[in-house]
Design a protein around this ligand. Structure first.
Ligand code: FAD
Ligand code: UDP
Length: 386
């Protein structure tokens, strides 16, 4: 019989926050497992061989309007006040993304004041208009703006990222980057944004540093846990019935040997390059919205404020369809009615085993960091009430 009250699979934000709460406020003995050899999940950062702090699984910028999330994480880190700005490279120009009134002026020149008035009359000052909504406009001049934004910002980038057009994917995805009727060039409009001053990994070290938490890295839960849905003792830990809580934050189809078929995900190949220059590009992230096979280039020094370091490290992101092959990582759920219905079958199976599912993979949802931390706080409260 195990001595643990709870077993948590995954040391990303979902798993780490639930673990901390159960240990600190529930007085529990918690075991956290992760198959990777490090904590932090996809938010893990580490110095590369040139001493530059990189995000191994792609750029992660913290932003939120949820005060309790900001307050909670501030217990474990100070912040570098980074306001993220992105430009799209279109031909030889770089234009602010999300497309906003500054972009309008840059692209439409003399015509911009008239177009700006039209947009504001229709949607209101400060509005955040999804491109698919703007495309429904009937006025020819609004249509012209919508066509420009669609052709030059969304179509090719979305084809690369998802292998589909913006119409073919969940509208909430392109809606994440609306047309913004203001002169704010920031990528996110949230009240709080910034980067952990000493990196995400240090934040996670503090989050998981509690006497009630034991961490076991390099351990795939599937090697130690067995599940028999619907049985009286549905969870076995190292061959013995386990009656404590099990929180799972990984890919739910893979936990159940993909028995109903694989859930589709998009994956990414990250190509890192160290450049012997102080600065490589004009912004932390440059999106390639009409050319190239990669979607974006990130230069980490902008995000981490390491301008005192020599040289700079960049990463290019190449999306592809996740196949489940060894070494591939599922990053993005592909939400549509068919895939969501398949997910539901796995969710029911997990429910029959008494598992708590939380996280981007386990819930098959497009969560940002703040949403997952908020959810983890709620899930932990519910688990402690039970
Ligand atoms: P993860 O971080 O994926 O953690 C899950 C962990 O579970 C992993 O460490 C995995 O190894 C482990 N695991 C899975 N299966 C098993 C198993 N069988 N046994 C043991 N361990 C297992 N959000 C933002 O707010 N801002 C951003 O700028 C941002 N940028 C992003 C960029 C990219 C390229 C991606 C893919 C995501 C980005 N996100 C961003 C989202 C952010 O990564 C997630 O919200 C967050 O990482 C979710 O945490 P999680 O704990 O659910 O999942
Ligand atoms: N998108 C786009 N062009 C851009 C930026 C975003 O077409 O320049 C679309 C694309 O479909 C992308 C989605 O908007 O997948 C959400 O973008 P976001 O930056 O939120 O993606 P993430 O950082 O989560 O990969």
């Amino acid at each position: 019989m195990s001595n643990y009250d709870s077993i948590i699979v995954g040391a990303g934000f979902a798993g780490a926050v639930v673990a901390r709460e159960l240990a600190e406020h529930g007085g529990e003995q918690v075991l956290v497992l992760d198959s990777r050899d490090h904590i932090g999940g996809n938010c893990y950062d580490v110095a590369d061989e040139h001493g530059i702090l990189i995000h191994q699984y792609g750029p992660h910028i913290f932003h939120t309007n949820i005060e309790r999330v900001y307050t909670y994480l501030s217990r474990f880190t100070e912040w570098f006040d980074y306001q993220h700005e992105v430009v799209a490279r279109v031909g030889d120009k770089e234009i602010p993304v999300p497309f906003n009134l500054n972009t309008l002026e840059q692209v439409f020149g003399e015509e911009a004041p008239e177009l700006e008035k039209l947009l504001i009359d229709k949607f209101g000052e400060g509005a955040r208009v999804p491109i698919l909504t703007l495309r429904e406009a009937e006025d020819d001049r609004l249509k012209k703006i919508a066509d420009y934004v669609y052709e030059n910002i969304f179509l090719k980038y979305t084809m690369k990222q998802w292998g589909k057009t913006p119409e073919e994917i969940d509208p909430a995805v392109s809606g994440r980057v609306p047309v913004v009727l203001s002169r704010d060039n920031r990528y996110f409009g949230d009240t709080y944004q910034g980067m952990p001053k000493h990196g995400y990994t240090e934040l996670f070290e503090k989050l998981l540093d509690h006497p009630g938490i034991r961490l076991k890295l390099g351990t795939d839960a599937r090697d130690l846990l067995e599940f028999s849905p619907g049985s009286q003792t549905p969870v076995h830990w190292k061959g013995e019935a386990f009656t404590g809580k099990v929180v799972f934050t990984g890919a739910i189809d893979e936990l159940f040997e993909c028995r109903f078929g694989r859930l589709p995900y998009r994956s990414l190949r990250f190509d890192f390059e160290h450049v012997d220059e102080e600065m490589f590009q004009s912004h932390g992230v440059v999106n390639y919205t009409v050319s190239e096979d990669f979607t974006r280039i990130t230069e980490f020094k902008y995000l981490t404020d390491e301008w005192d370091k020599n040289g700079t490290t960049i990463v290019r992101e190449y999306p592809f369809a996740y196949s489940g092959a060894a070494g591939e990582i599922p990053y993005y759920a592909i939400n549509n009615p068919e895939n969501d219905a398949l997910y539901e079958k796995y969710r029911v199976l997990a429910e029959d085993c008494g598992l708590t599912l939380i996280g981007r993979l386990a819930e098959y949802k497009y969560y940002n960091i703040d949403a997952i931390v908020d959810r983890a706080l709620t899930v932990a409260e519910d688990l402690m009430d039970d």
